[in-house]
Design a protein around this ligand. Structure first.
Ligand SMILES: Cc1ncc(C[n+]2csc(CCOP(=O)(O)OP(=O)(O)O)c2C)c(N)n1
Ligand SMILES: [Mg+2]
Length: 550
C-alpha cells in the first residue's frame, strides 16, 4: 500500500459515500467483490442483490439518476464484466450516473491465469464515460474524481477495474470538466433571435430535465415567450404534459412536424443529440441551441450555439425578455391545440373499423391505447412510471400524463429492451414508499424476468404491466416479405401471471379494459409487488408507428 494505510476497498467505499452514494447493487463473485461489499456496508451503503449484471446496473443507474448521486454496481471478473456491458452502455447513452466496479484477473498473475481473463478495459471502455484501473497506487482524490464523474453532467457510466496490486496503471485523467463560461456575444445573439421571433418553439431535452430546477426554468422561458414547448422522451414532464405550454413530444418523427414547420425559430433547450431518431433535420427555421455540452456532430444546423451552464443560459434569456418584450404572437391555446391534434391522430386508426367488423370477440380486444388510457385514469398520485423498448412505447409516451420531469423514465439513447423492470426497482428504492408502474413488452420482460423475485424479496410497491402479444411487435411491424416471417418475431404465448405468482407477486390476467380497471381497483394494490398480464391486440401498432414516425 502506497498512498495510505487503508485498503482499496475501504478507500473506494469512502469515496463513494463522500460523493453521495447510499446504495450498492450487483451480483458478487468471490474475494475482492466481497471486500468491496463489506467496506461499502461499513460506510453505510446498503447492498441490493440482483439476478444478472445488466439489470443490476439499470437499477443502480436509475437510483443514481433519481437521487443525483453516483450509484455503484459490483460485478465479478470475466462473465460478470461481460454481462454488465449492456447496462453500462445504457447508463452512458441514457446519461445515468453509474459506477461499475469490476473484479479483474490481477495484473501480476495475468501471465499465468487465462481462466476468466478478458481485456476488460478494452471490452468496457468504449461503453463508458471513463474507464480506469484502480489500485493501491490510486490516490483518494483520484478515486473521488473517478466516482464523482458519473454524476457530473453529462452523467454516464464509469468503469473501474479493481486490482489493488496493479502497478504502472495509466494515471487517471482529470475528469472534472472546467466550467464553460457563457460566451457573452453568443448569449446576446441568442437573445436577439428570441426577441425577434414571431413563432418561436422550444424543444426541451434531457439536459433540461436533469437540472434541479428544470421545471421552473423552462416554464419561465415558455411563459415569457407564450410559446409551445415540445419535449423529448427523456424530458417528458419538464413542462407539464397537460399544461398550457405543452405541445407534445419531439422524436424527430412526423407527429411534431406541424409544430416545427410553423416555427420561425427553434430553440433547443438541453437537447442531447443521442435523443432524436436518426433522420435528417428537416426544418428551415433557424435554430438557437442551448446546452452545457459542445456539439460534436453536425446533426443540427445551429444559427447560434450557446454552450455553457444551461440554467444560466435560461435565466439570462428570461431576464433579457423582461427588458425587451418579444415579438412572439402565438394565438392563445396554440400549444394545447397542437398536443390535442397529435393525440387525436394517434387515436384515429383507419384500420380499426375494419377490425371491429371482424368476427367474434375481435372488437372487444384490449388495444394498447385503451390500456394506457384506462390506467392513466386510475393511477395514484405521485406515481413513477418506467417504459421498455418496444411498440408499446408508441402508446405510452405521448399519452401518459406527467407534471414534472423524471416521472416517466425510458431508455431512449440506447433504447435497450429489459429496462423497465430493473428501472422500476431502482425508482422504488430511490423514492421510498412511492408507487411505481413498469410498462413492458413480453419480449423485454422475458430478458429480466428473474428480477420479479427481486421486487417480491424487497417488498417493493411496483406494478408490472405486460403488453403481452407473444411477439416482438416493434420488429414485426417493420417486417416485409422475406424477412423471416412469424418465426423471426413470434413466441409461444406465455403465462406471465403464473410466472409472477411463482416469484411471489400478486398477479392478474386481463383481456379487456373492464378487467384491467377491476384488477387495479383496490388502491392498496399499488403498494404491493404485482404483475398484470395484459393480453393485448397488437394490430393498432401499425397505425401508431405510421402516425408517430411518418
Ligand atoms: C437488448 C435489445 N435487443 C433487441 C432490441 C431491438 N428491439 C427493439 S424493440 C424489440 C421488440 C420488443 O418486443 P416486446 O418487448 O415484446 O415489445 P413489443 O414491441 O411487442 O411491444 C426489439 C427486438 C433492443 N432494442 N434491445
Ligand atoms: Mg411483445
Amino acid at each position: 500500500m502506497t498512498s495510505t494505510d487503508r485498503d482499496l476497498a475501504d478507500r473506494l467505499a469512502a469515496a463513494l459515500a463522500a460523493e453521495g452514494a447510499t446504495m450498492l447493487f450487483g451480483l458478487p463473485g468471490g474475494g475482492p467483490n466481497l471486500d468491496v461489499l463489506g467496506a461499502a456496508e461499513r460506510h453505510g451503503l446498503r447492498f441490493v442483490l440482483a439476478h444478472a449484471e445488466t439489470p443490476a446496473a439499470i437499477m443502480a443507474g436509475t437510483y443514481g439518476l433519481l437521487t443525483g448521486s453516483p450509484a455503484p454496481v459490483v460485478v465479478t471478473r470475466g462473465p460478470g464484466a461481460a454481462s454488465v456491458a449492456n447496462g453500462l452502455a445504457q447508463a452512458t447513452l441514457d446519461r445515468f450516473p453509474l459506477v461499475v466496479v469490476a473484479d479483474t484477473v490481477p495484473q501480476g498473475s495475468s501471465s499465468r491465469v487465462a481462466h476468466q481473463r478478458l481485456d476488460q478495459r478494452a471490452l468496457l471502455g468504449p461503453a463508458a464515460k471513463a474507464s480506469a484501473t484502480i489500485s493501491d497506487a490510486t490516490t483518494d482524490d483520484e478515486l473521488r474524481s473517478l466516482v464523482g464523474a458519473a454524476a457530473r453532467w453529462r452523467y454516464g457510466g464509469v468503469h473501474l477495474d479493481y486490482d489493488p496490486t496493479a502497478t504502472g496503471a495509466e494515471p487517471c485523467r482529470e475528469l472534472r470538466p472546467g466550467a464553460v463560461v457563457l460566451d457573452e456575444v453568443r448569449a446576446g445573439q441568442a437573445l436577439e433571435r428570441v426577441v425577434g421571433a414571431r413563432r418561436p418553439v422550444l424543444v426541451a431535452g434531457m439536459e433540461a430535465a436533469a437540472l434541479p430546477d428544470g421545471l421552473e426554468l423552462v416554464g419561465a422561458l415558455a411563459a415569457a415567450l407564450g410559446c409551445p414547448v415540445l419535449t423529448t422522451y427523456q424530458a417528458v414532464g419538464v413542462v407539464p404534459t397537460e399544461g398550457q405550454a405543452n405541445a407534445g413530444l419531439f422524436t424527430n418523427g412526423a407527429l411534431e412536424a406541424p409544430v416545427l414547420a410553423a416555427a420561425d425559430l427553434i430553440v433547443t433547450v438541453g437537447l442531447d443529440l443521442v435523443e432524436p431518431i436518426p433522420a435528417p433535420w428537416p426544418y428551415p427555421a433557424p435554430v438557437v441551441r442551448l446546452s452545457a455540452v459542445a456539439q460534436t456532430d453536425d446533426y443540427l444546423p445551429a444559427a447560434v450555439d450557446l454552450v455553457g451552464d444551461l440554467a444560466a443560459s435560461l435565466q439570462g434569456l428570461v431576464a433579457g425578455l423582461r427588458d425587451r418584450p418579444p415579438a412572439a404572437d402565438w394565438p392563445a391555446g396554440a400549444a394545447a391545440r397542437f398536443r390535442h391534434d397529435a393525440r387525436q391522430l394517434l387515436r384515429t386508426d383507419p384500420g380499426e373499423s375494419a377490425r371491429a367488423g371482424g368476427a367474434g370477440d375481435e372488437a372487444d380486444r384490449l388495444g394498447p391505447v385503451e390500456l394506457v388510457d384506462t390506467l392513466a385514469g386510475l393511477a395514484p398520485p405521485g406515481l413513477t412510471v418506467t417504459v421498455d423498448a418496444g411498440a408499446h412505447f408508441l402508446a405510452v409516451m405521448p399519452l401518459w400524463p406527467a407534471d414534472r420531469p423524471h416521472r416517466l423514465l425510458i431508455s431512449n439513447g440506447l433504447a435497450t429492451m429489459g429496462f423497465a423492470l430493473p428501472a422500476a426497482i431502482g425508482a422504488a428504492l430511490a423514492r421510498p414508499g412511492g408507487p411505481v408502474l413498469a410498462f413492458t413488452g413480453d419480449g423485454g420482460l422475458s430478458m429480466v424476468l428473474a428480477e420479479l423475485e427481486t421486487v417480491a424479496r424487497l417488498g417493493l410497491p411496483v406494478t408490472v404491466v405486460v403488453f403481452n402479444d407473444a411477439a416482438l411487435s416493434l420488429i414485426e411491424i417493420k417486417q416485409r416479405p422475406h424477412h423471416g416471417g412469424p418465426g423471426a418475431v413470434r413466441y409461444r404465448p406465455t403465462d406471465f401471471a403464473a410466472m409472477a405468482r411463482a416469484s411471489g407477486l400478486d398477479a392478474a390476467t386481463v383481456a379487456t379494459s373492464g378487467e384491467l380497471a377491476a384488477a387495479v381497483a383496490d388502491p392498496a394494490g399499488w403498494h404491493r409487488p404485482r404483475l398484470i398480464d395484459a393480453r393485448i391486440d397488437p394490430a393498432p401498432y401499425r397505425h401508431l408507428i405510421a402516425a408517430t414516425r411518418g
